[in-house]
Design a protein around this ligand. Structure first.
Ligand SMILES: [Mg+2]
Length: 325
């Protein structure tokens, strides 16, 4: 059924491949810059951020020096590297890379993902680990930890909607089995995939609503709601539906990458993740060149200042793979 819906959609815009490539690159660079801008004020309220920074629109020092990325970008890169090397999404390989990352310095790791990775690190099969953590923590298992890293799936499978939905859900299952998390990843990537292909916003949202018509009604309600909300009404917690709504809201209401990301960060709450997710969508919408150079040149992970180069190279590879479908 999904296939026939996809084939019947005719509103994809033909554009030069060079423009499309910029969208792919903008997506991953958007994750990194949103993550790094938001990281220093993670957990702060709107009022606290306003009191300290006025409007925060520059990379500033936090727990780490300015420009450092966190778990959001690192996990996104794990997935992107896995797909780039294997050509397809492979859950076992993706978990192996998440585990490698976990064993280095998993800065900013969320408690749910931490609990899964601790078990996997001790030798437990990852599926069993995810099941166990889901059962132990239910119903408080719908964090944004899988949504924040799911964008590489949209890059790889933007031309294959069946695989896109299936692999988006599966990419959530690597740590977050909660149905809301799976649906949120699928919905987000359905929208993101259309943006990567150059569709306009209204068509992209309609497409996702149609494809995910059977998804949790909470998701569809949130999407309807965000269309008409003001900034003050946008939730910013680490609950997956809040992050999904916040990111979609920013993308829907802004056409400028910097303004969208600055707005999201200054709303407070789970600022790095909300801005990383919004950054994926806005980067795809606006393209790489719209992402401020002064932000890009600050991005780093400890001494490694090649993160942006990695994002661009991986996005390029995923674009090549997607074009072959
Ligand atoms: Mg983080």
């Amino acid at each position: 059924m999904l296939q026939s819906i996809a084939q019947n959609q005719t509103c994809g815009v033909k554009e030069m491949n060079a423009e499309r490539l910029k969208r792919f690159q903008g997506c991953l660079v958007g994750v990194a810059t949103g993550d790094a801008l938001g990281a220093p004020v993670e957990g702060g309220s709107r009022e606290q951020i306003r009191r300290i920074y006025g409007v925060l629109r520059e990379m500033v020092d936090g727990y780490r020096p300015a420009g450092n990325i966190t778990d959001d970008t690192m996990q996104t890169l794990c997935l992107a590297e896995s797909i780039a090397e294997l050509g397809e999404f492979n859950p076992d390989d993706a978990v192996r890379r998440l585990l490698e990352w976990y064993r280095t310095d998993p800065f900013g790791i969320g408690s749910h993902t931490l609990q899964v990775m601790m078990r996997v690190d001790r030798g437990m099969d990852w599926r069993k680990a995810v099941d166990e953590v889901e059962r132990t923590n239910a119903p408080w298992t719908a964090g944004n930890g899988s949504l924040m890293r799911c964008s590489p799936i949209a890059l790889r499978y933007c031309r294959d909607i069946v695989k896109l939905i299936e692999c988006s859900r599966e990419s959530s299952l690597l740590t977050h089995a909660n149905r809301l998390c799976q649906d949120a990843c699928a919905f987000f990537n359905a929208v993101l995939s259309r943006v990567l292909l150059g569709w306009d916003k209204k068509d992209a949202i309609s497409f996702a609503m149609e494809i995910l018509a059977h998804a949790s009604h909470e998701i569809l309600d949130r999407v309807q709601d965000m269309l008409h909300k003001s900034a003050d009404e946008i939730p910013t917690s680490g609950f997956v539906l809040d992050t999904l709504e916040c990111a979609l809201w920013a993308w829907w209401h802004f056409d400028n990458f910097e303004e969208a990301i600055v707005t999201v960060v200054n709303l407070g709450g789970d600022t790095d993740t909300n801005a990383a997710v919004a950054g994926a969508l806005m980067g795809a919408q606006c393209g790489l060149d719209a992402i401020p150079q002064r932000w890009r040149e600050k991005i780093r992970w400890r001494d490694d200042k090649t993160i942006i180069d990695k994002c661009i190279a991986l996005a390029t590879r995923l674009c090549e793979l997607a074009e072959k479908d």
